[in-house]
Design a protein around this ligand. Structure first.
Ligand SMILES: [Ca+2]
Length: 594
C-alpha cells in the first residue's frame, strides 16, 4: 500500500504529465529532427585542467579537439561545489531555489517538487540515461530512475572510495558489484546505452566522478600498468604526486571522451548529436591555474569558472568562442529548446537558452548578473558570496570564525584583472552598492519559503524494502558524542559514552508496519553497554559486542521496531555505557517484514 502522501504525489505527477503532454507542440515533417544529447560532466576538473587553456603539462587532445570543432564558453560558471551544480543543471534553477543546500547531511536531496531535464526530455520522446555520480538523493524516490532517467548505473553520493573495483555502485535502484576502472566503466555503460537506443532520440548524461578525490588511478591486480605509466609521465613533467594523480585521471577521461567521439563517428551519429563537455565546479589542482584565483568551494573565479564546450557539427560554428557569462542553469532551457519541449511556466526559472549564442558561435552578452554563494550548513548572504556583471565582480570570502565586515568585500574588474588580484572597491563605491544590493535581492528571492533542512528519510517505499539509515543525516547531542566523516559509506556516530547522549533521525514512514533492525558498528574493548532505539511508541535495547578493533564493523540483528505512518523521529540513546565509547555506529538498517 502506498501512503496518502505517495498516492497524492503520484496522482499530481500523472495530472501534470497529461497536461504537459497536451501542451507539447505536435511533431510534424517541418520540424528538424531532434538531436541526441550527450552531456559529459566531470568532477572537480578545473577551468585550467585542459590543454587548450595553455596548460602545457596535461594531455587532453580530445577535449581540445572538441573545442576546435564546437563552441568554447570562456566564462561559463558552475556552483562552487558538486551537488548544487547538479541541482541547477537538472532543473535550470539556482540550487537554493530548489531547497538543496549541501553536499551531505541529507541536504543534497533534490526536492520532489522539482522537474528535471530528463523528465522534460522523456516527455519529448527521448530515451534517457545517467551514468556516474548522481549526488541528488540516496533514497527512493530521490533516485535517478524516479527523476526521469530510464537507465542509471552509478553512485548516489559525492564520492566513492574504490575506483578500480568501484564500490557503492547501483543499477536502477539495485546495488551491484562491478570491476574495471570507474571512468572506463561508466563510459562503457554510456556506450551500451547509446548503441541500444536505435532510432529513438536519446539523452545520455555521463556524470564522471573523476578526478574527484580519492585520487586513485589504478589499484588493479594487473600491475597498475596504465596508472603507473600516467603518474610517472606527469611526475617527469614536474608535477608533485597529488597533481600527477589528478592529471592522470583527467588523461583517462580524455581517452574515454575519444571512445565516445569515435562511437558517434562510427555510427554516423555525430551530425545528429549535440555533445556538451563541462565540469561541475572549480578545480582542486594547483600545478597550473591559468592565472585564476581560488579552487573548488571558493567564490573566486577558480572555484566557479569551468570549461564548457558544445559541439553540433554543421549547426554550431566550429571554433566558436562565447565570452558572455553563462551558467550551468542554462543547459535546461537549451536542451528543452533543442528537443522542442516548452519551457516550464509554473515556476521561476533562472537559466536562459544558449542556442542564440551557439548558432552565432560568439557573443558577449547573456546574463546581466551571475551569483555565487556557498555555506555548508545554512545558506547565508554574508560569508561566502559573489556577484558578477559582464565587467565587475563583487566578492567576499570569510572563514567561519572571521567577523563579518564590509571591509572584506572585494571589487574586481574582470576584464582587466581576471585573476582577481587588485581590489578596486574604494574607487567604485557606486558599483559596490549596486552589486551588493542586486545580490541581496537575488538571495531573498531564491531563498523565499525554503527551510533548508535535510529531507526526512523515506522508509517503506515499495521499491526499497531495505533502508540504510546513515549517520550523516543525524543530529546528535551530548558531551562526547560526535559525527565523524570518513567518506560517505564509512562515517560514524561515535564517542558517546554517558547515559542520555543521543542521535536523532527524521523519518517519513511511507508504510506503517514492523521492521527488522540491524546495526552496523564497531566497538573496541569488551562487550558492554546498552543502546536504546526509539521510534514512535516502539523501542528496543541493544547490547553491542566487541569487534577486533573499533574500526572493524559487524552487522548484528538488534530486534524489531513498529513504525507508524508519517513523520517519525528515530532516536538512538546511550542507556548504559562501559569503556571508552559505546560504539562506532556506521548504519542502522531497517527491513520491512512482509
Ligand atoms: Ca565536484
Amino acid at each position: 500500500m502506498l501512503s496518502y502522501f505517495s498516492m497524492n504525489r503520484a496522482m499530481t505527477a500523472l495530472v501534470v504529465l497529461v497536461v504537459q503532454w497536451f501542451a507539447l507542440p505536435s511533431v510534424n515533417a517541418e520540424q528538424p529532427p531532434r538531436p541526441n544529447i550527450l552531456l559529459i560532466m566531470t568532477d572537480d576538473q578545473g577551468w585550467w585542467d585542459v590543454g587548450m587553456r595553455g596548460n602545457q603539462t596535461i594531455d587532453t587532445p580530445r577535449i581540445d579537439r572538441l573545442a576546435s570543432e564546437g563552441v568554447d564558453f570562456t566564462r561559463f560558471y558552475a556552483a562552487p561545489v558538486c551537488a548544487p551544480t547538479r541541482a541547477g543543471l537538472m532543473t535550470g534553477r539556482y540550487c537554493l531555489r530548489t531547497g538543496l543546500y549541501n553536499t551531505r547531511f541529507g541536504g543534497d536531496s533534490l526536492g520532489l517538487q522539482e522537474v528535471t531535464i530528463a523528465e522534460r526530455l522523456q516527455l519529448a520522446g527521448y530515451r534517457t540515461g545517467c551514468f556516474g555520480k548522481w549526488h541528488l538523493g540516496k533514497y527512493a524516490p530521490y533516485q535517478p530512475q524516479e527523476r526521469g532517467f530510464d537507465e542509471f548505473l552509478g553512485h548516489y553520493h559525492g564520492h566513492i572510495d574504490e575506483y578500480d573495483y568501484p564500490d557503492q555502485i547501483v543499477h536502477n535502484g539495485v546495488p551491484v558489484e562491478a570491476r574495471r576502472y570507474v571512468t572506463d566503466l561508466f563510459t562503457d555503460a554510456a556506450i551500451e546505452f547509446i548503441e541500444a537506443s536505435g532510432k529513438q532520440p536519446w539523452f545520455c548524461y555521463l556524470a564522471l566522478n573523476a578526478p574527484h578525490s580519492p585520487w586513485v588511478v589504478g589499484t588493479s591486480h594487473d600491475g597498475q600498468a596504465r596508472g603507473d605509466r600516467l603518474i610517472e609521465k606527469y611526475q617527469k613533467r614536474g608535477c608533485p604526486l597529488r597533481e600527477a594523480r589528478i592529471y592522470a585521471m583527467i588523461d583517462i577521461i580524455d581517452q574515454n571522451l575519444g571512445r565516445l567521439l569515435d562511437l558517434l563517428a562510427r555510427r554516423t551519429l555525430d551530425k545528429n548529436t549535440v555533445v556538451v563537455f563541462m565540469t561541475d565546479n572549480g578545480g582542486v589542482s594547483k600545478h597550473f591555474k591559468a592565472g585564476l584565483r581560488g579552487n573548488k568551494a571558493s567564490i573566486y573565479e577558480g572555484g566557479v569558472r569551468v570549461p564548457c564546450l558544445i559541439r553540433w557539427p554543421g549547426k554550431f560554428p566550429a571554433g566558436g568562442q562565447v565570452t558572455a557569462q553563462c551558467s550551468h542553469i542554462d543547459l535546461f532551457p537549451t536542451f528543452c529548446e533543442l528537443a522542442g519541449v516548452p519551457a516550464l511556466t509554473d515556476r521561476k526559472m533562472d537559466g536562459k537558452s544558449l542556442l542564440p549564442l551557439l548558432r552565432a558561435g560568439q557573443g558577449g552578452t547573456h546574463h546581466r548578473y551571475v551569483y555565487h554563494t556557498w555555506d555548508r550548513y545554512q545558506p547565508n548572504p554574508d560569508r561566502r558570496w559573489a556577484i558578477s556583471d559582464p565587467r565587475w565582480k563583487l566578492a567576499c570570502q570569510l572563514r567561519a570564525d572571521e567577523p563579518l565586515s564590509e571591509k572584506r568585500w572585494q571589487l574586481f574588474d574582470l576584464q582587466e584583472d581576471p585573476g582577481e588580484t587588485k581590489n578596486v572597491r574604494s574607487e567604485h563605491p557606486e558599483t559596490v552598492r549596486r552589486l551588493r544590493s542586486e545580490f541581496l535581492r537575488w538571495f531573498e528571492d531564491v531563498t523565499e519559503g525554503q527551510a533548508y533542512r535535510p529531507v526526512p528519510i523515506p522508509v517503506g517505499h515499495p521499491r526499497e524494502p531495505v533502508i540504510e539509515i546513515q549517520p550523516s543525516w543525524a543530529t546528535w547531542k551530548g558531551p562526547h558524542v560526535q559525527y565523524v566523516f570518513r567518506g560517505y559509506d564509512w562515517d560514524t556516530i561515535e564517542g558517546w559514552k554517558t547515559p542520555g547522549e543521543h542521535a536523532l533521525w527524521q523519518l517519513d514512514v511511507l508504510q506503517a508496519g514492523t521492521y527488522d533492525v540491524v546495526l552496523h558498528y564497531g566497538r573496541s574493548g569488551r562487550d558492554g553497554g546498552t543502546l536504546r532505539l526509539t521510534a514512535g511508541q516502539s523501542s528496543l535495547d541493544f547490547k553491542p559486542q566487541a569487534t577486533p578493533t573499533a574500526d572493524v564493523f559487524r552487522r548484528q540483528p538488534a530486534g524489531r521496531l513498529t513504525l507508524p505512518a508519517g513523520k517519525v523521529q528515530l532516536r538512538a540513546e546511550v542507556v548504559a555505557a562501559r569503556g571508552k565509547e559505546l560504539m562506532r555506529l556506521n548504519r542502522i538498517i531497517l527491513k520491512r517484514r512482509d
